[in-house]
Design a protein around this ligand. Structure first.
Ligand code: PXL
Length: 275
């Protein structure tokens, strides 16, 4: 049902992200998701992690000039329709992406990844300020609750706090904001801010610990749908949230810890999601 009906050679998406050797998150999740949607994926590696479903053992950031060389090599040759960033590692690399983005002739989606699902830090302390500098280049930024607090310095206790934080991200230059607020009353809650209005989007929460990579997959589905030429951002995001729910529902408990969400099966919708 979600499968693209035709082969589109120009549906090219670029991810600038970290490597997760367990294949659940990071650039591996991004590429698998692109593939799932029939989108060609290019990937610029920012960091190597050593991790599995039990936790992150080691994080090594690649030198910023190596990240930039990869980016130049891809962009000198390919024309992506859209790009996304995942874990960028250091403030220096984030600033370098910011600099490079001045020349991007395609939209950039910024997933401001800061910690893994296990709570392991994936960025240096000064990265938060660098992410703020990157926001004017973001067509869409997709912070979770923790990242939204860090980026704005606002403790999110009330709905007003969340509205103020989303407003602040627009003020800092982000065109659209998708705040991933986590689980509220058995529902998973997202808020899409356009600058003019905030729209709440709920989805079903499934009882599983296998959610590794859910954030990467969400921003990758959004990226993939834009690569396929979709333009209605609200519909794109509703569909992406639904796709992540399906991926969480279909998770296969790979590994001994928090397993990855399922990126092989596009449909197989649970009854709860069929409306
Ligand atoms: O899901 C966020 C994320 C992004 N990138 C890498 C990661 C993770 C979470 O573990 O490891 C490389």
């Amino acid at each position: 049902m979600n499968r693209p009906t035709e082969y589109r050679p120009n549906a090219i998406a670029l991810t600038i992200a970290g490597s997760d050797p367990s294949g659940g998150a990071g650039l591996q999740a991004d590429l698998k998701t692109f593939q799932q949607f029939g989108v060609y994926g290019a990937s610029v590696v920012t960091m190597i992690t050593a991790q599995n479903s039990l936790g992150v053992r080691r994080v090594e950031n690649l030198p910023t000039d190596l990240v930039l060389d990869q980016l130049d090599a891809v962009l000198d040759d390919f024309q992506p329709v859209v790009a996304k960033t995942g874990a960028l590692g250091t403030a220096e690399t984030i600033d370098a992406i910011h600099q490079a983005a001045q020349r991007f002739n395609f939209p950039l989606i910024v997933d401001p990844v800061m910690v893994s699902k296990h709570g392991d830090s994936l960025v240096s302390d000064d990265a938060v300020a660098a992410y703020r500098r990157l926001l004017p280049k973001a067509f869409l930024v997709t912070p979770n609750r923790f990242e939204l607090e860090k980026l704005t310095g606002i403790a999110l206790n009330t709905n007003q706090d969340v509205a103020k934080a989303i407003h602040d991200l627009h003020q800092m230059g982000a065109r659209f904001v998708l705040a991933k607020m986590g689980h509220i009353d058995g529902q998973s809650e997202h808020i899409l801010g356009s600058g003019k209005e905030n729209i709440a989007i709920q989805s079903k929460q499934f009882d599983t610990q296998n959610t590794h990579g859910a954030g990467c997959v969400l921003s990758s589905v959004i990226t993939a749908l834009i690569a396929l030429g979709e333009t209605d951002l609200k519909r794109i995001i509703q569909r992406a949230i639904r796709q992540v729910s399906i991926s969480i529902h279909n998770t296969q408990a790979i590994g001994k810890g928090r397993g990855p969400v399922e990126t092989r099966v596009l449909a197989n919708e649970p009854d709860e999601l069929t409306s």
